[in-house]
Design a binder for this molecule. Sequence first.
Ligand code: 5GP
Ligand code: MN
Length: 339
Amino acid sequence: MQNRINLELSLSAKEYIQKATQIVIVPHAGPDGDAIGSSLALMRYLKKLGKQVKAICPNAYPEFLTWLHGEEELDVFEKAEEACITYIEESDLIFILDHNSFKRSGDVGKLLEKHTATKIMIDHHPMPEDIADITLSDTAMCSTCEMIYEFIDALDGNNQIDQGIAECLYTGIITDTGGLSYNSSNKRIYQIVGDLMDKGIDKAKVHGKIYDNFSANRMKLLGYCLNEGMELVPEYEAAIIHLTKETLEAFEYQDGDTEGFVNYPLSIKGINISVIFMEKDDSVKISFRSKGDIPINQMARDFFNGGGHINAAGGRTYESLPKAIEKFKKELPAFYKSM
Ligand code: 5GP
Ligand code: MN
């Protein structure tokens, strides 16, 4: 089967890589398995080519991703701002991974926006902004990790993908598809996974690290989310999870603890929309999920300053938690009728 990445653009990217003296890779803020997996995989590949390269994460990443191969080489902007700023300023090639707008990488995005270095975007979200010199954007790809596999394959053949890179790529592929359950109907992805198996990935280890690695508090927080924290609105096929700052503190919340929680209510018969509202510092972070052809990213875009995929989107508001939930409930009937 054919490699699905744009070959011409990939080969132009290769020329920029060859010319570059210092490279920086930036995933989105609030990075997930795909953002971290794709950044580490690309970084390791570029190091194999002898390049000077760093991956700089805008903020902290979840505990369940810290085991990933090469993780110790991932810099976190919020933890070492000055060093990161200097490194970014001195770089002449920037990779924007798993996002397509400077808004998605916070203060790092503000630096990149002013930067004159060449920018290459590799991303699978809808509506990419025109912010890069080369835009490899494809919503048909299940994950940015799938794109990075194809990208390396197009540039060099898959021999450059070793076991460590393969585990990073596999992590992003399974975390962005719910373990190959959604967004993964193209058979090419199974060929890629087959090849990653050939590279020697330890599938059981990866699954164990990602899914069977909860702290007791994280598991209890999930219990809360599915009990007191959950409100059902069956007439509009929706579930809403509320999480106040106090609740998060009570369960000793760590970054990434709620990752994936929003998917659970979709297992309830008749529930096709699930939303989690979470108080964070001075804002409310919202995650949206839907089934089938319900375009929940429209809701995120139109009312909550966000966006994302048709079935998985996110947003943020600076209104209070009750106000944000009230707004969602107010908009839900019209949204439901328009579906
Ligand atoms: P999550 O709910 O896991 O944070 O995000 C789900 C999807 O929506 C991801 O693909 C993510 O990239 C996208 N997303 C999350 N938050 C935002 C946001 O604030 N703005 C935009 N444009 N997309 C978001
Ligand atoms: Mn992704």
